[in-house]
Write a protein that binds this ligand. Structure first.
Ligand SMILES: NC(=O)CC[C@H](N)C(=O)O
Length: 197
């Protein structure tokens, strides 16, 4: 059975676990880098990217996650997870995992809109999808091979690059499981590719 891990260093872990399990897959809260090789997909959740980064360094997750990605195993970054995956940060601070061809601006919505809920039109989904934004980042630039999946107020808030999927918002905080289903499809396809030689 396919297994999806949620990086469980800080942030919104249990909601992702519930969505994975309700889709009938095995979910693991990942606390050690040695667990990564047992997984078919990884979710990097929302939280505080600077705090998660400190823990990534402390628990020596950085190169194992980069290796996981090099094997084309799918990774889904939500909110802080998106910040962590970016190649570049717009404030010129040092980027973290540098896996995805995007430039990201942190906390991009002004104070009044610090947190809000809206409905997004998403490429490939028939009806609009509810989205919860919490001190959310935006993608200010996409580079090669990145497909924009959704915008809000003309800002890019969801994108895909091959085996990498990112959202500025928190799909796990809604009852709508379409983002999780999309990620699970990516995991299934990647799994098929590695088992057919
Ligand atoms: N909800 C979130 O994940 C917030 C992200 C946070 N503002 C950051 O930059 O890390």
């Amino acid at each position: 059975m396919l297994k999806i891990g949620v990086l469980a260093l800080q942030g919104a872990v249990s909601e992702h676990i519930k969505q994975i399990e309700s889709a009938g897959l095995v979910a693991v809260a990942v606390k050690k880098a040695s667990e990564l090789h047992t997984l078919d997909g990884l979710i990097i959740p929302g939280g505080e990217s600077t705090a998660i980064r400190k823990l990534i360094d402390y628990y020596e997750f950085k190169s194992p996650i980069q290796q996981f990605s090099a094997e084309k195993k799918p990774i889904f970054g939500t909110c802080a997870g998106l910040v962590l995956l970016a190649n570049e940060l717009s404030d010129d601070s040092e980027a973290h995992l540098r896996l995805m061809n995007i430039t990201v601006k942190r906390n991009a919505f002004g104070r009044q809109k610090d947190s809000f809920e809206t409905k997004l039109k998403v490429k490939g989904f028939t009806d609009n999808v509810p989205a919860v934004f919490i001190r959310a980042p935006i993608i200010t630039e996409v580079q090669e091979n990145v497909e924009v999946l959704a915008t809000h107020d003309n800002q890019i808030v969801a994108a895909k690059q091959g085996h990498l999927l990112v959202t500025s918002f928190h799909p796990e905080l809604t009852e709508d499981n379409r983002w999780m289903n999309l990620f699970i499809e990516m995991v299934k396809q990647a799994h098929q590719k590695t088992t057919i030689h």
